[in-house]
Design a binder for this molecule. Sequence first.
Ligand code: 2IT
Length: 452
Amino acid sequence: MSKYIDRVLEETRKKNAGEPEFLQTVEEVLTSLAPVIDAHPEYEKASLLERMVEPERTIEFRVTWLDDSGHYQVNRGYRVQYNGALGPYKGGLRFHPSVNLSIIKFLGFEQTFKDALTGLPIGGGKGGSDFDPRGKSDGEVMRFCQAYMTELYRHIGQDIDCPAGDLGCGNREINYMYGQYRRLVGASEFGALSGKSVGNGGSLMRAEATGFGAVYYLCEVLKDAGESIEGKRIAISGFGNVCWGVTRKVAELGGKVVTLSGPDGYIYDPDGITTQEKIDYMVEMRNSGRDKVQDYADRFGCEFHAGEKPWGLGADKVDIMMPCATQNDVKIESAKKMAANGIRFYIEVANMPTTNDALEFLKKQENMIVAPSKAVNACGVAVSALEMAQNAERLYWTAEEVDAKMHQIMTGIYQASKEAAARYGLGYDLVAGANIVGFQRVADAMMAQGIF
Ligand code: 2IT
């Protein structure tokens, strides 16, 4: 591996000790770039990697809001404007008690390459707060969002930085933040936030985009493997917005999602989550705020496995594994089970759902195809960029128009990743291919813009 990469990794570890998630993603991305770095000695002269791993700007701020019992609550807010070479910083806001700088930086670094992969003019950024939306009233969520935006508004804008949602931040939260932004700037500047509700500046298909796009990508993988999604049984984790999109599209195409998971365990439904009633129940379960997946098993009379993840299910029950929940959901023990069970398709959906050792292990399995989240889940942010385009044009596109672009973007990402890996002699390596394509686009823009 390139000595330059080794040196940058060592420096990055020293500078960012105490940020394990961030270091994890930097190691994963940089180690896969060796053939590109070796082919471009000018990058080292321009300190390109050192500049790329350092966010352009990191903003940390206090968020004070009044809870329903009349107490002032204080949370910490973040926005990391990672890399703006390709366009306005773009990426979601995560509201979850686990949020810290390491997590926001890992998400921002990933986002930069993902956004580049879409081929649209967007840079990478990410933000959030350690605010826990669980059990909060609507009024509390509104006051938190207003307080959050009261600081954030000065740092964002349609040509500067356009945040969207992530875990714990959906339509409702984005709408409240957009309302506060509009009040503060005194203008209908829709393009400063994406993921707004439809009819409130939001794009049709944005809610479906991440899940549908993941399935479009999966279909490309299956096509190249000489197979189809029809009849395929898919295990997923989580039960939120992304799962809803995946489940719907899989059902529409004749496959079936057979598991869901939550903090309490996982459910296994051999008939598949294919009916409208079951899909609607998923949404109800999420909106209840109970954060329990056992409710599904109670409602539809299927198996519930407390405290477990679905990754140990065998090839007699599952054909494809798609982690859709959160980071580091699949560790080495789960990866080993999948390999021993003869699972052939491992398609990441959530951001960094696999630990680095597990990912490396899975990539080494001869009969396993592995696809990386920064490519598979890129349709969400892509439709966010299409939302910005619609806002700039002051009109709405139809669902069919957006869906056609979603197909085109996801096919483009798959093909470009496949070709890049082959071009650098790495074979059919969708993980390295995605890193190379994303990196190359950001690198070209940074080199062209001069050193700063
Ligand atoms: O991880 C992601 O790509 C997102 N949370 C969506 C970002 C966006 O700007 O739509």
